[in-house]
Design a protein around this ligand. Structure first.
Ligand code: SAM
Length: 201
């Protein structure tokens, strides 16, 4: 199985943590965080391996690296992913209109790597990592279902729309676990949340 690198480029908010935790469920011991500050090390080590260096500086063999970037010209294909391939996803939260931050902070600094997209819609960090995992297992991009801007019901009166694409598997949306509860909490639904799980943030 290939490796997944997340080039960590945001503060660790609760939302970011939920996405990272979801990535770790899919990539398990093949997940590496790069560009990690010393004070963030311990925290991220709960989810994967941790490197202080940026992936743009680390001496990985660049011929084995594939950067996922929305601005890429070619799509990611299963046959180009081997056991020692390193797939890089930007640890960058989405913008309603993508601003090319993956290119600015990663791709433009990494000559010699392959740069690939996973379709035109913007996925979240975990969504992109899941699509990459499914492709690394042999699926072609065209076979991967997704929903763009899904609307999620919070209760019988309210709903929220997520402004990005979410992958689906067997017809089921692969939403970031805990995200709806986080949204509800931020909207003041506090008393209604009781999933029996301790707060993990
Ligand atoms: C939420 S996106 C942030 C993208 C950022 N707004 C930009 O304009 O580059 C997080 C990461 O997921 C990956 N990603 C998301 N959608 C993608 C797509 N359609 N093609 C390739 N990579 C994608 C990229 O690695 C990106 O850095």
């Amino acid at each position: 199985m290939a490796y997944l690198v997340i080039e960590h480029l945001e503060d660790i908010s609760e939302w970011l943590w939920l996405e990272y935790r979801h990535v770790s469920e899919w990539w398990k011991d093949k997940l590496i965080f790069t560009n990690v500050l010393p004070e963030e090390r311990e925290r991220l080590a709960e989810l994967g391996s941790v490197l202080t260096e940026s992936v743009t500086e680390f001496p990985f063999d660049r011929s084995k690296i594939i950067v996922l970037d929305l601005q890429a010209e070619e799509e990611l294909r299963p046959e180009e992913i081997g056991e020692d391939t390193v797939i890089v996803v930007g640890g960058i939260l989405g913008d309603a209109v993508p601003r090319g931050r993956t290119r600015e902070f990663i791709t433009s600094k990494m000559e010699g790597v392959k740069v690939r997209h996973i379709g035109r819609p913007q996925y979240s960090i975990d969504g992109a990592a899941i699509v990459a995992k499914l492709i690394s297992e042999g699926r072609r991009l065209a076979e991967i279902e997704y929903e763009e801007n899904p609307t999620i019901k919070l209760d019988e009166f309210s709903e929220i729309t997520l402004h990005y694409a979410v992958p689906k598997l067997n017809g089921r949306l692969l939403l970031t676990p805990g995200l709806i509860e986080l949204q509800k909490r931020e909207l003041g639904y506090e008393e209604e949340i009781s999933d029996g799980e301790p707060d993990e943030f």
